[in-house]
Design a protein. Sequence first.
Length: 284
Amino acid sequence: MVRLAHTVVLAPVPRPWLVDALGVLMDLAESSRTEAGYVLLSDGREVPDVRLVEGRHLRPGAVYESVAEDTGSPDGTDGTDRSIGTSDTGYAKMGSGAAAGETVRVTVEEWRRTRALRLAVAASAPDGVLSAHAVLRGPDRPDLVELTGRARIENVWSALSRPSGDAVLRCEDWWTAADRGRPARKAPLRVRLTCGIARAELVALPSPAREDDGWEVRVTARLRGRGVLRPVTALALRLFRRPLARAWGQALDDFAAQWNTEVPQLTALGPDDLRREILPEPEP
C-alpha cells in the first residue's frame, strides 16, 4: 500500500448559502412544467436539449433524456427531426441527434424536499458508458450526499476498462469540522475508486484555516493493488511513489486554485442573483 497526503486551503462555502442555493434550484425545477415532452420554465421558455420521455414531471419514474445533436447533415439541414410524438407518458421523439452517439438519461427515483432526492443517471458515448446513482438527504437542509457509479471504457487496457466508485459526504460533520474545528469521528468526505488492478481510498479532513477564514483540507489517498496482478501493482506503486506524490500534490493545488477563483464569485451571489444567473431575463 502507498499513502499520499497533501493539504490545500480552500475558500469556504457557508452552509446557509448552500441551503439558499439548493432552494433556488429546487424552486426553479418545481415551477417548471412539461408539454408534449418539452420542459418549460415558469415563463414559458423551453429548456434546450432536454425531453421528458417517460413518466410524470418530477415524479418517481420520470425519465429525462438529452441527446447530443449533429451540427449538420448531408442534405444541408441541421440534422434534427422537428416532429414531436406524444403518448400518455409524455414521450417526445428525438430526431437524428442520436447519430452523434452521446445520450444522457436521468431517472427520478425520489423527489421529496423534506426527505431526499434520488436520481439515476445513464450516459452513453462512442467511447464508453456510465451509470450512476446520486442521493441528497434532506434537500431543505443538506444532511448526507451519496454517489455511486461504474463505467465501461472502450479502447483501453482491459484492467482499466471497468472502473467503479462511490463517495459519501456527511454535511453536518464537514461544516462542524471546517467552521468550528471540532474533529469528526469519521472523515466527513470519503471516496473509493476501484479498477481491475488497483483500489484507491481518499479521505478529506477539513479544519479552519490558520491565517484567514478559509478551510484547510488535508486529503489523504491510500493506493493498493488488487486481483491477480496485486504483487506487480504493489511493486510499481512503491517504485513510483515519489512521482505519484508530486502529481498528486500538483493536481490538488490546481484544483484548489480553480476552486479559490470560482467559488468566491458564486458565494457572493444572493438568492435573487442566483436566480437571475440560472434564469436570465429574456432578450426583448
